[in-house]
Design a protein around this ligand. Structure first.
Ligand code: 2PG
Length: 248
């Protein structure tokens, strides 16, 4: 049996402000820093150790990983930064307040933009200064692969090659792996691993900074999964994420 640990970053400044974030590179709040450190404590106390970590090229996931590893006294761990683990690109919604957007367009439309499998939010204009075409961190990415918006299906299409080409072979080689990523890039991975339907994926929400353990069989099919830590607090955090897109 193999084990892998997934973790969404701790609370970010735009999680706190309730803004659509996507590829915007915002940092952690003080609460997010505490969540990341506490994830390290929880992992250490549960006896976890790692050989390798993967994260995105966005600082909220990177810093979460650093703080978690610091708490585990494992800052020496090799880290692979992969843009394919980035948050789903939120297009022209990036920067907007989620509740205000729901008040303007309706809760149902915002739920479609946030959680539907194949309806992307409106795209950023190609000449919008917020596009990532000239950002040096994507210098090695083909321009046609750099999105202006993404639905979850688009995110699956970039996350799965990272899983198939990089992460799955490392698991099979016996490496203990920690992945620090984002709500929707993790939803994309989990959808594929667990075979969740396009309809049911709408109901899956991932809380900030909580280690999620997946046990996998020899074919890397999930046997079971569970969050480490306080289960009541985690259930409340999952419900809070679901409610972020509702008008107040
Ligand atoms: O804004 C975002 O990029 C994501 C994650 O914070 O939000 P949501 O949960 O609304 O998809």
């Amino acid at each position: 049996m193999y084990k892998i640990v997934f973790m969404r970053h701790g609370e970010s400044t735009w999680n706190l402000d309730n803004r659509f974030t996507g590829w915007t590179d915002v940092d952690l709040t003080e609460k997010g820093v505490r969540e990341a450190r506490s994830a390290g404590t929880v992992l250490k106390e549960a006896g976890f150790s790692f050989d390798l970590a993967y994260t995105s090229v966005l600082k909220r996931a990177i810093r979460t990983l650093w703080l978690t590893l610091d708490e585990m006294d494992m800052m020496w761990l090799p880290i692979k930064n992969d843009w394919r683990l980035n948050e789903r690109h939120y297009g022209a919604l990036q920067g907007l307040d989620k509740a205000e957007t729901a008040a303007k367009y309706g809760d149902a439309q915002v739920l479609v933009w946030r959680r539907s499998y194949d309806t992307p939010p409106p795209p950023l204009a190609a000449d919008d200064p917020r596009n990532s075409f000239n950002d040096p961190r994507y210098a090695n990415v083909a321009k046609e692969s750099i999105p202006l918006t993404e639905c979850l299906k688009d995110t699956v299409a970039r996350v799965m090659p990272a899983w198939d080409e990089e992460i799955a072979p490392a698991i099979r080689a016996g490496k203990q792996i920690l992945i620090s990523a984002h709500g929707n890039s993790l939803r994309a991975l989990i959808k594929m691993l667990d075979g969740i339907s396009d309809e049911d994926i709408v109901g899956l929400n991932i809380p900030n900074g909580q280690p999620l353990v997946y046990e996998l069989d020899a074919e890397l099919k999930p046997i079971r999964h569970y969050y480490l830590g306080d289960q009541e607090a985690i259930a409340a955090a999952v419900a809070a994420v679901a409610n972020q897109g509702k008008a107040r």
